[in-house]
Design a protein around this ligand. Structure first.
Ligand SMILES: *Cc1c(COP(=O)(O)O)cnc(C)c1O
Length: 304
């Protein structure tokens, strides 16, 4: 973890100042000067790009082992941008157990725009395969493979564990992409792109920023083709993260390893206590003592 932990603290080298500052500057500028009428500067307008945001976007791409990262004003803004790469008539298979806001975005928003949303228990590989292939789909969608599978590695709030390798494998078999919400796991415990995912999403509001002071979303893609599509959505929908917030998320990321270690320690103590409590019927925590093998076989370094 040494190298990963160093990347948490430093990101990519800061190379745009003559001062020697080790942290990236916060550029509060919506527009940028053109040297001449005929030249196009690297930065021209803050919705299209901002150096403070770029630092964070490159850092999350590095931490998640992807090719390109994107920062948004919230997790839902990130998910909105990713889902907007699809078209009316496209079918998306969604894990049954997902964050409420995401559920609403699928059903109360994207369904209105003609995206077909089908819920499946993503731990039931037979049902998932039938859903992705279109075999179990009704009406016009029957026999028509899905365009994507969307799920959370550790689901919010019930902490169901989803196996990225298995699910992405089923998606790819039918030409669909795997979109993973890695919010509750963080790249400290698993890098889903290494397990076959195509797009990783974070509500950085939670563990990445870590101090309950900022709403933010991050996206990382596996390849340039997806990168172009997500960038177009980011730039057109415009839900970008402001420079000061980018800096808050960057600062939060610096202590991610320390916080997750301590949080897992606390979660183990609390869950072990609850497990033995006579008034408690069941405990939903995948990091309970004795579950190490199960976690590892799902590619996870911890229960979150
Ligand atoms: C909170 C959360 C979101 C939404 O993120 P916001 O930053 O609140 O918009 C999405 N997915 C998961 C798993 C979450 O916990």
């Amino acid at each position: 973890m040494t190298r990963f932990n160093t990347q948490l603290v430093h990101g990519l080298p800061v190379n745009d100042n003559n001062i020697g500052a080790v942290n990236p500057p916060i550029y509060n500028s919506s527009t940028y000067a053109f040297e001449s009428v005929g030249t196009m500067p690297r930065w021209d307008y803050a919705r299209s790009g901002n150096p403070t945001r770029e630092f964070l976007e490159k850092q999350i791409a590095q931490l998640e082992h992807g090719t390109r990262g994107f920062a948004f004003g919230s997790g839902l803004a990130a998910i909105h941008a990713v889902l907007s790469i699809f078209q009316p008539g496209d079918r998306i298979i969604v894990g049954k157990n997902i964050y409420g806001g995401t559920y609403s975005l699928f059903h109360e928003y994207f369904e209105r725009w003609g995206v077909i949303v089908e819920e499946v228990d993503t731990t039931d590989y037979k049902a998932l395969d039938a859903a992705v292939s279109g075999e179990s789909a009704k009406g016009n969608a029957h026999g028509c493979p899905a365009k994507a599978v969307y799920f959370e590695v550790l689901t919010n709030p019930l902490l169901q564990v989803n196996n990225v390798t298995a699910i992405a494998g089923i998606a790819h078999r039918h030409g669909a992409i795997a979109i993973v919400d890695n919010t509750f796991v963080t790249p400290y415990l698993q890098q889903p792109l290494d397990q076959g995912a195509d797009i990783v999403i974070h509500s950085a509001t939670k563990y990445l920023a870590g101090h309950s002071e900022v709403n933010a979303g991050l996206v990382v893609v596996k390849d340039d083709e997806l990168g172009k599509r997500v960038y177009f959505a980011q730039n057109r929908l415009g839900g970008v993260l402001a420079p000061n917030e980018c800096d808050s998320v960057r600062r939060g990321i610096q202590t991610l390893a320390l916080r997750v270690d301590r949080q897992q320690e606390n979660a183990r103590a609390i869950s072990s206590y609850l497990l033995l409590h006579p008034l408690v019927k069941s405990v939903h925590y995948p990091g309970l003592p004795g579950h190490e093998y199960e976690l590892a076989s799902n590619g996870l370094k911890g229960g979150g």
